[in-house]
Design a protein around this ligand. Structure first.
Ligand code: PMP
Ligand code: GLN
Length: 380
């Protein structure tokens, strides 16, 4: 049978490709973003407790009630926003599912969605599946500064959504108060929704605050914020996250959610609900990862790769244009096979494949590995 692919240009994700190459060549894997340590024992014990206790059947479609209540408390404490756990919070099977569900719930054929590139790779395919049109706004190295007037110029009567991501993967930059204010200004009194990917909400450094859309009540009226426990609790393989949106949007979100997922595993949600009662864990993350970032910075001293600042996420960009003319996809592969450290090329996050000779390295690794990676990278 001849299949008319809905995603003819999509192959295997760069994360899978680079991690496989790293494994094949026994390279230190600083490509795909995940920590090389386990999640907290206490969290595992709590989840295990509920598994053994028999919380193993379907839970309510929007997620376990006690978890949604804890999440409402977290949102209030962090962002001073009252949300209704009954109608404005939904537990999802990882941020990827939350993003896909939000896009497919609201985007129709021909609707335009503005993406700020380099953008995380799961946004555009979701838009294309429902025959929406991704509209790229390209940032440029080394400062990746957003000019909101230029974004405003991209808005047409067909614009239905803007997707933001702060802190932003892969560039490690954060949006500031002025950015959120500008976004509010250009979308106010329009039909444009704001999908805010905030999976790295706790990975913001140098004493800065995370600028969630939840801090801006007017903006939140047309916003959907997406979070991932995988980033917050060092367990990317659990694939559990949550979305927060005003009731009228959440109602539509759940219509899709109930038919593409229905519910997320129950016992894990109960365990996470208890663990959230100890906010010290996630409140310590900025400090914890900032130390990693700074340690990696020291380990990379003497390497000819030029570091850019990382204000957030567990990624840092490095420029190599003064060392090699290789396209970044080739350079990342060469680094993996010849130097022994795997990286992610940044061009894959641009629709145009703009290549500014930039690679992304992940510093969510133990110090021995970061030290060793630094040593190997000084050979370039
Ligand atoms: N958004 C961004 C920016 C990410 O980096 C990731 C994954 N690391 C996700 C979404 C997906 O998160 P999850 O693993 O919870 O699906
Ligand atoms: N978000 C992770 C990264 O940026 C990868 C997740 C995935 O492999 N899909 O590296």
């Amino acid at each position: 049978m001849k299949i008319h692919s809905k995603l003819p240009n999509v192959g295997t994700t760069i994360f899978t490709v680079m991690s496989a190459l790293a494994n094949e060549h026994n390279a230190i894997n600083l490509s795909q973003g995940f920590p090389n340590w386990d999640c907290p024992q206490r969290l595992k014990d709590l989840v295990n407790h509920y598994l053994q206790k028999g919380m193993n059947q379907y839970c309510p479609m929007a997620g376990v009630g006690v978890l949604r209540e804890e999440l409402a408390v977290k949102v209030k404490n962090l962002y001073d926003l009252e949300v209704d756990p009954g109608n404005e919070v939904t537990v999802v099977a990882g941020a990827t599912q939350g993003i896909f569900t939000a896009i497919t719930a609201f985007i129709r054929k021909g609707d335009e969605v503005i993406l700020i590139e380099p953008a995380y790779d799961c946004y555009a395919p979701g838009i294309e599946v429902v025959e929406g049109v991704p509209v790229a706004y390209e940032l440029s190295a080394p400062d990746y500064q957003i000019n909101w007037d230029e974004i405003q110029e991209l808005i047409t009567p067909k614009t239905r959504m803007i997707i933001i991501n702060t802190p932003q993967n892969p560039i490690g930059k954060t949006l500031k108060e002025e950015d959120l204010q500008a976004l509010d200004r250009i979308t106010r009194d329009t039909e444009i929704l704001v999908l805010s990917d905030e999976v790295y909400e706790h990975l913001v450094y140098d004493g800065k605050d995370h600028q969630s859309i939840l801090r801006y009540p007017e903006l939140f009226k047309r916003g959907i914020a997406v979070y991932s426990f995988g980033k917050t609790f060092h367990n990317t393989g659990w694939k559990v996250g949550y979305c927060v949106a005003p009731e009228y949007l959440m109602k539509e979100f759940r219509k899709v959610h109930q038919f593409n997922v229905f519910t997320v595993n129950s016992f894990v949600q109960y365990g996470i609900a208890d663990f959230l009662k100890e906010p010290e864990f996630y409140l310590s993350l900025p400090n914890f990862y900032q130390q990693k970032r700074d340690f990696f910075g020291e380990a990379m001293k003497g390497s000819r790769l030029k570091p850019l600042d990382s204000e957030g996420t567990y990624f840092q960009l490095f420029e190599y244009g003064h060392i090699s003319d290789m396209p970044d996809t080739e350079f990342a592969k060469w680094m993996t096979t010849e130097i022994g450290v795997a990286a992610i090329p940044v061009s894959v996050f641009y629709t145009s494949r703009k290549d500014e000779k930039m690679i992304r390295l992940c510093f969510a690794k133990t110090e021995d590995l970061l030290e060793e990676a630094g040593k190997l990278l000084r050979n370039i």
